[in-house]
Design a protein around this ligand. Sequence first.
Ligand code: GLU
Length: 446
Amino acid sequence: MKITDIISALDAKHPGESEYRQAVMEVLVCIEDIYNQHPEFEKAAIIERLVEPDRIFTFKVPWIDDKGKVRVNLGYRVQFNNAIGPYKGGLRFHASVNLSTLKFLGFEQTFKNALTSLPMGGAKGGSDFSVRGKSNAEIMRFCQSFMLELWQNIGANTDIPAGDIGVGGREIGYLYGMYKKLARENTGTFTGKGLDYGGSLIRPEATGYGALYFIDKALAHHGHQLKGKTVAVSGFGNVAWGACLKATELGAKVITISGPDGYIYDPEGIEGEKIDFMLELRNSGEDIVAPYADKYPSATFYANKRPWEQKVDIALPCAIQNEMNEQDAQQLINNKVLCVGEVSNMGCTTAATDLLIEHKVIFAPGKAVNAGGVATSGLEMTQNAMHIQWSAQEVDSNLKEIMSKIHDQCVKYGSQDGGAYVNYAKGANIAGFMKVANAMMAQGVV
Ligand code: GLU
């Protein structure tokens, strides 16, 4: 395989899709050696087939706002790869969404889902619709219009959407309600559903919980412990919330959260009712964290800045792709950061990732560290198929076990320096790739 040839071919075919190119490149660099040891992969054009989504649905989503004005957004579903199970992945509603974003997310999702060891393929979808400043009625009308177009292409055994940025419990409810009406079936074609209609306990917390289980293991593997460590978190949505809860429970101290307006620094720790307040801020629909500093005198608000300038032991980007760049990474390294976990998908630029690994920072890549969310979606699918609901404890212990196995797979393929350091990015990419590639090989050229 010549990575440069593959990337130039992709650039020629899909010019300007920079995030998609970045995600593909990061995987190819890590798997190059192992791929070249398998001539049968090359013969079956595994890479060429793996980097292209199976299919993409693009559609317009017309809806009427509260003033009676007709608005139009774009909707997408990228069904990336179903070699190991039905397409599975979230929907993102955010003004920044375009095809490049969703292709990168669908590509990542394919490997992430493979790592969970559950039978799920990879997909992603969404819209450039922003929930910010919209009323409940507007969000409902948008979700219904979105579903009117998408419903025929999804199903409990074909493609199971879920939430992502801008798509939480409320949106899933509206989307699933319309889906059921159109499809006339109720087998749980969405995950992240409410507890009263087939949802799973622990699903809202799962991405953050899973991330901290993984970080805990990674630290222990390198002779450290989470207890007593300071943590910088970005974002203040569902994922950041779960991360703050579990980090605090495991004895660490979270000292930052952030929003599009800037970040909060609270050296006394963001814990207890302060974590609940974070959700209040999120649900206010204003998308700002500044009011936290008005409420809690121990906190300072830094307008239009990112939390990576603070000295911390652990940094957890939990907001959006490429939110940590090379300068941020350098700043963290100067401040002796021990560990960075990409709880957001591709939270670090390639240059940031490379720098952190070069400096032997424990770096947990998104497809491993944030896999707890989709893994728990998989557990929701299992409960739906069995027509039962597990206890929180049962879901949580399954989640913990899955995160531990993901960690072990990364160690297996990513250990270096005689086992003293694990390159988790390499380990996760190889482990995920091998599973998908072997499944594709077994199923012929399809
Ligand atoms: N959007 C989440 C992710 O990036 C969850 C997807 C799911 O539960 O299907 O993994």
